[in-house]
Design a binder for this molecule. Sequence first.
Ligand code: INI
Length: 156
Amino acid sequence: MDVRSIEGKLDAGESRVGIVVARFNSFITERLAEGAVDCIVRHGGAPERITLVRVPGSWEIPIVVQKMAGSGAYDGIIALGAVIRGATPHFDYVAAEVSKGVASVGLQTGVPISFGVLTTDSIEQAVERAGTKAGNKGWDAALGLLEMIDLLSQIG
Ligand code: INI
């Protein structure tokens, strides 16, 4: 049976992508940002169409994503950070708020936003996801974003 199937293409084309990256744990997050930029450029994106905004920590990501999404200047936005569990409950507050905040901006604005904020129990787990043995979650977040930008544009 033939059905009408829609899937996003992995082609950055003319897409204008915003990247919001937390400086907290920057030795991890800068690797995520490098991975995200590399993914977009390898999929045909132009570096001059990528805007990278740095914020103090993951807590500050949602308000900046919200402003960028509302500006109409971006086809999609990638949120990047590293929340690493420590001895205090700070981890739970920051991890919960950044994930809820970013999800809610995507639903409110209809602008695709991908979530590349690591939430790990240890620095080792974060390192593994920032360009070592578990890949680069910034790269993965960018790939998911490219697919969603194209998919949402097809749905209209
Ligand atoms: N910010 C992070 O991005 N990752 C963390 O692991 C983290 N911890 O654990 O404290 C963190 N805290 C800072 C927070 O994001 C804000 O920048 C800060 O609270 C000021 O508002």
